[in-house]
Design a protein around this ligand. Structure first.
Ligand code: EPZ
Length: 419
């Protein structure tokens, strides 16, 4: 089993190009199923979750070819409507293939995706929306059988009780070829939703309102192939900026998606880091010692502070002057990384959805185990800032979402190697 060995103490400096966005690439790869023709996707990150998504397409009869960061998907021939349980469990977001399969084949058999890492990952909103769109949904033994009547879903007005990213994506994927109009109220406003809709419009879909809380989709008989470039990964950007804030130094992120990163940048600025943006670049110079963030850091749906940046920012704030308070409002169990940070010397008290982070003067290297994707990245950030050497195991979590993780950190001067 591979692990990362990190020797802390190096300041980070240099320029880094941001990888393509994992949470855009996954729904867009699923959406390629809808076209029935060739789709070429540029700026696609090479991640284990992306390979899982391509394996799902392969199992449905589609062909996927990778060339660098370009993926060619040929979905002209589909031979199946069932995703095996093992494939469904490889990644939590496999559930978004449900909408694409219903939109293309009019039926599908999938499983309940895994939970655990961040707490249970229910899909009640996904299934309720499918039922509203005339899909017959039967659950039993962990399998979910969905079937439209007459091979097409029906447009519907859907009011989400929570702006779920995955549920919004599944509804859009099912609605683009449904009969009639679908209106999604209280839709997720994440930038990745806009990127998915940009791809689908390039395929001929009729979608409007994405980025706002009400999205309207007029079903089309057929979509066509296209060539599309996936947006940069705003969370990977937040990760490398937080690492630099933690370890000290100054970096430039190239091809950054600045407006989409504003909710994170406005909080990071409060730590005393100097941040300049322009021309698609973000320049960050860390402050000699970070300041604690005065206001409570509440994770919220976009355009609130992103839950995916909570762990990495927390790593930086473990060394700040003062006490910062986090409130995790999206997932039930997203503080699993704090145990490792405390083992490295951090002072963190978790009380339900609140984490109180009291800045300490130093962290010390330790052997820790990655608990989840962003928690693993947070441990690496803390290790880069710590005195001494750290070892991080179960780094397959990190490989799910970060392309060339250790290469990127080494490029910035961090002492890190994979063994
Ligand atoms: C997406 O997950 C992202 N994953 C997550 O990123 C991200 O943290 C999350 O959105 C929130 O922004 C991908 O895009 C692949 P949700 P998703 O549906 O779609 C509850 C990362 O680190 N809920 O918005 O699963 C759910 O349990 C990952 O890159 C229901 O109760 O998020 C959670 O508490 C982690 N019932 C909350 O809503 C449902 O039917 C938000 O979930 C659906 C969701």
């Amino acid at each position: 089993m591979q692990k990362l060995i990190i020797k802390g103490g190096n300041r980070l400096r240099g320029e880094l190009s941001l990888q393509g966005c994992k949470n855009s690439a996954l729904p867009i790869i699923a959406a390629a199923l809808l076209c029935g023709e060739d789709c070429t996707l540029h700026n696609c990150p090479r991640l284990t979750d992306v390979y899982s998504a391509s394996r799902i397409l392969n199992c449905l009869g589609c062909r996927c070819g990778f060339s660098g960061n370009t993926v060619m998907v040929d979905s002209s021939a589909v031979t199946g409507t069932e995703i095996p349980e093992a494939l469904m469990r490889e990644m939590r977001s496999s559930i978004i293939f449900m909408g694409a399969m219903l939109g293309r084949m009019g039926e599908c058999t999938v499983s309940v995706p895994g939970g655990c890492e961040l707490g249970p990952r229910p899909i009640d909103m996904h299934l309720a929306a499918m039922r509203k769109m005339g899909v017959d949904v039967r659950e039993g033994g962990g399998r979910i059988l969905c079937r439209t009547s007459g091979g097409k879903a029906k447009g519907a007005k859907i009011n989400l009780s929570f702006p779920s990213v995955g549920a919004t994506e599944n509804i859009i994927l099912c609605a683009v070829t449904a009969e009639g109009e679908t209106v999604i109220n209280n839709a997720a406003r994440e930038p990745e939703i806009c990127d998915l809709c940009g791809f689908l419009r390039a395929c001929g879909a009729d979608i409007s309102g994405d980025g706002g809380s009400s999205i309207v989709v007029n079903g089309r008989m057929k979509l066509h192939g296209c060539e599309y470039s996936i947006m940069p990964d705003r969370i990977a950007g937040a990760t490398y900026l937080s690492m630099t804030a933690a370890a000290g130094g100054e970096i430039i992120l190239k091809n950054a998606c600045i407006p989409e990163m504003e909710p994170f940048l406005t909080v990071l600025e409060q730590t005393g880091c100097s941040i300049y943006t322009g021309g698609g670049k973000i320049y960050l110079r860390s402050s000699p010692r970070l300041r604690a963030v005065p206001d409570r850091i509440r994770t919220m749906p976009h355009p609130g502070f992103p839950t995916d940046a909570q762990a990495v920012l927390m790593s930086a704030l473990t060394l700040a002057d003062g006490t910062s308070i986090f409130e995790e409002n999206i997932f039930d169990c997203r503080y699993r990384h704090t145990e490792a940070l405390v083992k490295m010397g951090a002072d963190i008290q978790v009380l339900g959805k609140v984490a109180v982070v009291k800045g300490v003067s130093k962290l010390s290297g330790a052997s820790v185990e990655a608990t989840d994707l962003r928690g693993g990245a947070a441990m690496a950030a803390a290790a880069l800032a710590a005195e001494g050497t750290s070892e991080i195991t179960r780094i397959s979590h990190i490989d799910r979402g970060y392309e060339k993780f250790e290469e990127s950190i080494r490029l910035l001067g961090g002492d890190i190697r994979r063994v």
